[in-house]
Design a protein. Structure first.
Length: 247
């Protein structure tokens, strides 16, 4: 038989074990709750808008609020529930060549912005000016322009992807055709084929402006009223922002 003293000693050990177990569990729960309560809210996201006059918002009644860049920023804020900071680097008249090679180029400034904001959202609008420069040229000149455009866009996307870790989330704009029924049908279509092929190789998304504008060109661009102005109207910029959001 176990002596009374030993039985009492064993009982005390059992009670101590139970108390320690309960205390450890409660302490763990308390620590977990404290950790949960002290997690800081997520900071703002960064959206970097790159490209030409479309990125700038030329043609909108107020580019600061009605261009696709501020409108897409609003889409991002609504989608994520977080503040989104817009870094606007677009330059009117930009081509893929000037984007890369101009003094203090937009590409250099974009790399700096992405290093400072890893994983940023990025939109790129380039190509319309590359094509417009050859609008009056022969087919061979347009062919050469398309080859240069694809090579330049590939270099741009590879450079942007390597600018930060994690890499940025890049969306490239497929250009719309403001003058359907003209020679631009073929060449805008071929440029957009290059946009989609190069974007796919570089893990970028494509905002399908060509499809968004189809059949609504007179409403979405100024060209029908002013043949010298191919820029979007306010409604057109809304369509571009939706295209970016859908991409």
């Amino acid at each position: 038989m176990i002596p009374h003293v030993l039985r009492a000693f064993l009982a005390a050990l059992t009670i101590l074990a139970l108390v320690s177990s309960c205390t450890g569990t409660q302490g763990g729960d308390a620590n977990q709750a404290a950790t949960t309560e002290t997690v800081a809210p997520a900071g703002p996201l960064t959206y970097v808008s790159l490209g030409d006059s479309l990125a700038v918002g030329v043609g909108a009644s107020d580019p600061r609020t009605k261009g696709y860049s501020p409108l897409y920023r609003a889409f991002l804020e609504e989608d994520t529930g977080r503040e989104v900071r817009l870094v606007q680097l677009g330059i009117s008249g930009e081509t893929t060549e000037s984007f890369i090679n101009a003094p203090e180029s937009q590409l250099v400034r974009a790399e700096a912005a992405l290093r400072a904001n890893p994983g940023a959202a990025v939109t790129v609008s380039l190509g319309a000016n590359d094509l417009l420069r050859e609008a009056g040229g022969a087919d061979a000149e347009r062919e050469a322009a398309l080859v240069r455009y694809a090579e330049n866009l590939d270099y741009i996307l590879r450079t942007l992807n390597g600018a930060s870790d994690p890499a940025p989330e890049i969306t490239v704009l497929a250009i719309y055709n403001p003058a359907p029924g003209s020679f631009t049908d073929e060449w805008a279509g071929r440029l957009n084929d290059e946009v989609r092929a190069v974007a796919e190789r570089n893990n970028a998304s494509v905002a399908a402006a060509d499809r968004a504008f189809l059949g609504r060109e007179a409403e979405y661009s100024h060209y029908d009223q002013y043949s010298w102005d191919i820029h979007p109207t306010d409604r057109g910029y809304e369509a571009l922002a939706r295209a970016f959001a859908e991409a």
